[in-house]
Design a protein around this ligand. Structure first.
Ligand code: THU
Length: 124
């Protein structure tokens, strides 16, 4: 299951828009009902306006009425890609118990809980 999700993230990253960093990242989120949403990083000439693949996938899922995130897999053309701090907090809002999967390839995946990656995440 983790491998399949990672492969979906890998398929997605070809559509990343990363003319500035040249780092192409894809993410795939598995939801509780089995639905998968993908996202890519989308950069901008105003650098701060860019969005990471993880938040891109999460926004797409929420847009379609899915917030029950169980697993996110992330893949880049440089191999493994752990989510940045903003993405950790963004995902924590919806699913602090979700798993995060990445690796250099589908045969070498590492899996950690989001709460391990973001201890004492912020909530209101
Ligand atoms: N990026 C992601 O999309 N996800 C990550 O996990 C790490 C970083 C993007 C943001 C930016 O477009 C590029 O990678 C370089 O930081």
């Amino acid at each position: 299951m983790y491998r399949e999700l990672y492969e979906k993230a890998k398929e997605a990253y070809v559509n990343a828009y990363a003319p500035y960093s040249k780092l192409h990242v894809g993410a795939a989120i598995l939801c509780g009902d089995g639905t998968v949403f993908t996202g890519v990083n989308v950069e901008n000439a105003s650098y701060g306006a860019g969005i990471c693949a993880e938040r891109s996938a999460a926004v797409t899922a929420v847009t379609h009425g899915h917030r029950d995130f169980r697993v996110i897999a992330i893949c880049s053309d440089a191999g493994e890609a752990w989510p940045c701090g903003i993405c950790r907090q963004f995902l924590y809002e919806f699913a602090p118990d979700m798993k995060v999967v990445t690796g250099s390839d589908a045969e070498h995946l590492e899996i950690l809980g989001l709460a391990e990656l973001l201890p004492k995440g912020w909530t209101l």
